[in-house]
Design a protein around this ligand. Structure first.
Ligand SMILES: NC(=O)c1ccc[n+]([C@@H]2O[C@H](COP(=O)([O-])OP(=O)(O)OC[C@H]3O[C@@H](n4cnc5c(N)ncnc54)[C@H](O)[C@@H]3O)[C@@H](O)[C@H]2O)c1
Length: 328
């Protein structure tokens, strides 16, 4: 049995990692400052994990969190392009300073490997599809810059300090527990919550922009493979499905599942958003043995089922904390 630290483990992807690690009988510790994550995401595993409420930038929390740890799955970050545009300094502190502090502390603690949640936003809007890891990056937002800097630090820590790191460039991950309540939430969670609440979904631009929507189970699989893959240290891998779907088609598929099709409300395309995104996943297949198993429609069905059960409670809680307000 190994000890895993999941930073950001109270968040959407982090809490999915926690549940899978427990399924595999591993030992799990979470470090989270609950800035965008929620303790409720860990309700069903309470008592089976160690939870440290603390910030990446607090040296004492970090030291405590890393004690005796074999693997770090580093998910903690402020994960929003528009929020990084509104407030680049706060995003930088968590995503860049926080990642550097984690790497320094992980090196000191003698961690075997750090797997880092990188982002497909590193590619920006270059027209070439699919995106291959060897393409020059072209970040378009403070968020994308910060995520890319984290990758560079990861590689340098592997080369200079022999701390093994692997960066996984996630492509639009979706699934249960993704927070739909904030204006900064990911597009799929906002669409599902609009349709379930019978509100017009907001589409920025014409809706013909496309994404490689990836069900969260695939990202979880990639993280666990990345801990053990022998030739992966210091490298960067795309984690997607290798299939591109437009927002308009996504709304159609959701309409079929939910049985409700309110007319979308179109707004201007947002600064920093990329037009198309599609992953080449051959490197992850080759080096990690990654194979996406959960498809788009099946993932949507599972996600919708979860939101149906939990949406009312999520919005009630968010209204109480003011998180649904645009400035939040
Ligand atoms: N969701 C996606 O499609 C996607 C795509 C690319 C990359 N990512 C990356 O995946 C990771 C997880 O994203 P998510 O969608 O689960 O977001 P999330 O907001 O649900 O999870 C992030 C977690 O990190 C915690 N956190 C933030 N700053 C922290 C700090 N300074 N110290 C301690 N904890 C902190 C938050 O409270 C939250 O629980 C992020 O690093 C994000 O950049 C996500």
């Amino acid at each position: 049995m190994a000890l895993y630290l999941v930073t950001g483990g109270a968040g959407f992807i982090g809490s999915a990692l926690v549940r899978e690690l427990l399924q595999r009988n591993e030992q799990v510790r979470v470090l989270d400052n609950l800035s965008t994550g929620k303790k409720e995401n860990l309700d069903e595993v309470r008592g089976r994990i160690e939870f440290i409420e603390g910030d990446l930038l607090d040296p004492r929390s970090l030291e405590e969190a890393l004690r005796g740890v074999h693997y770090v799955l580093h998910q903690a970050a402020i994960p929003s392009v528009p929020r990084s545009i509104a407030d680049p300094l706060t995003t930088h502190r968590s995503n860049v300073d926080g990642t550097l502090a984690l790497l320094v502390a992980a090196k000191q603690a003698g961690v075997r490997r750090v797997v880092y949640a990188a982002s497909s936003s590193a590619y920006g809007d270059t027209p070439t599809l699919p995106k291959v890891e060897t393409m020059p990056p072209n970040p378009l937002s403070p968020y994308a810059v910060g995520k890319l800097v984290g990758e560079y630090y990861g590689r340098v820590f592997t080369d200079v300090y022999q701390l093994e790191t692997v960066s996984l460039r996630y492509f639009n991950i979706f699934g249960p527990r993704q927070d739909p309540t904030s204006p900064y939430s990911g597009v799929l969670s906002r669409f599902i919550s609009a349709l379930l609440r019978n509100e017009p979904p907001v589409v920025f631009g014409d809706g013909e922009q496309s994404r490689d929507f990836t069900f969260v189970a695939n990202a979880v699989q990639a993280n666990l493979l990345a801990c053990a893959a022998p030739n992966a240290a210091g490298k960067v891998y795309n984690i997607g499905v290798g299939q591109r779907i437009t927002l308009n088609r996504t709304l159609e598929a959701l309409g079929n599942i939910i049985g409700n099709r309110p007319e979308p409300h179109h707004e201007d395309a947002r600064a920093g958003d990329v037009r198309h995104s599609l992953a080449d996943i051959s490197a992850a297949r080759r080096d990690l043995g990654y194979e996406p198993t959960a498809g788009f429609e099946e993932g949507l069905r599972q996600t919708v089922a979860w939101y149906k059960e939990n949406l009312a409670a999520l919005f009630k809680q968010a209204d109480l904390t003011g998180a649904t307000q645009p400035g939040a």
